[in-house]
Design a protein around this ligand. Structure first.
Ligand code: 5GP
Length: 239
């Protein structure tokens, strides 16, 4: 696989062209940012862990019938993926109260929700990824009503599969964010990553946070938490 020019550089990843028009290489960096990049850090092995964790999760979702952009892992930091056009909507799912929802609603973290909560955020750094609703999505013409329904359905299915997987690992899937992309033939599939950078993961017994909140909230042992998730994931999947 020939690595071509860098097409895009985000906060935690770089995207490179390949000799195949609709395949690109994602490279996971050790850099971490939070609060719209106002807080920055770098953690040994974070990129390696997010690459490995995303690989295992995307392979598992593929097995469960969820189409993703993932093709194969290339090395410690890189994976080959289908090129998609990312839909500029962050699909956030919440099973428990935490983070921005707790702040916005003035409720404590860790309350189990009787229903799956979906939040949509506009993927626009300049605006700080604002919370939006279905009306805003349609007003902005980001996707059609039918596509949005499909996005909710796909995101809900992913939540059900992941809740069960993390439960097997002794982890509560508190909330997470995914990004969906459109293939050249218009199909909506899972893209980006699913890792401790994009999920809140709490140990079921101790409630210890094993995700990016360790960086956001200066709790220490960031790398150790990511390695712990990787180890438990491998065990749960017999890898
Ligand atoms: P919150 O809205 O509470 O900050 O985030 C909800 C969930 O979505 C958390 O698991 C958080 O990690 C994830 N999330 C939301 N927005 C982003 C984002 O821009 N980047 C990353 N890495 N995760 C996000």
């Amino acid at each position: 696989m020939q690595k071509g020019e860098m097409l895009y550089e985000g906060k935690a990843k770089q995207i490179f062209a390949t000799e195949v028009a609709d395949e690109v290489i994602v490279k996971f960096k050790d850099d971490a940012t939070a609060f719209n990049a106002q807080k920055r850090g770098s953690f040994d092995r974070k990129g390696e862990m997010n690459n490995a964790i995303t690989t295992l999760i995307f392979e598992y979702l593929n097995e469960k019938g969820i189409e993703t952009h993932f093709i194969k892992q290339l090395n410690d930091r890189e994976q080959l993926v289908k090129k998609v056009s990312i839909i500029p909507i962050e699909m956030v799912v919440r099973n428990y109260s935490a983070g921005s929802m707790s702040q916005r609603l003035g409720i404590e973290e860790g309350i189990k929700s009787p229903i799956t909560i979906f939040d949509l955020c506009l993927k626009e750094d300049a605006l700080g990824d604002p919370l939006i609703n279905d009306f805003h999505v349609l007003f902005l013409g980001l996707v059609t009503r039918e596509e949005l329904d499909e996005m909710y359905s796909l995101t809900g299915k992913i939540n059900e599969i992941l809740k069960e997987l993390f439960d097997k690992m002794g982890i509560i899937l508190v909330d997470f964010k995914i990004e969906l992309g459109k293939t050249t033939d218009g199909k909506i599939i899972l893209a980006d990553e699913i890792s401790p950078d994009t999920c809140r993961l709490w140990d079921k017994d101790t409630m210890k946070k094993l995700d990016k909140d360790r960086f956001r909230r200066d709790l220490g042992d960031v790398t150790e938490a990511y390695v712990e998730i990787y180890d438990r994931l491998k065990k749960a999947l017999n890898k």
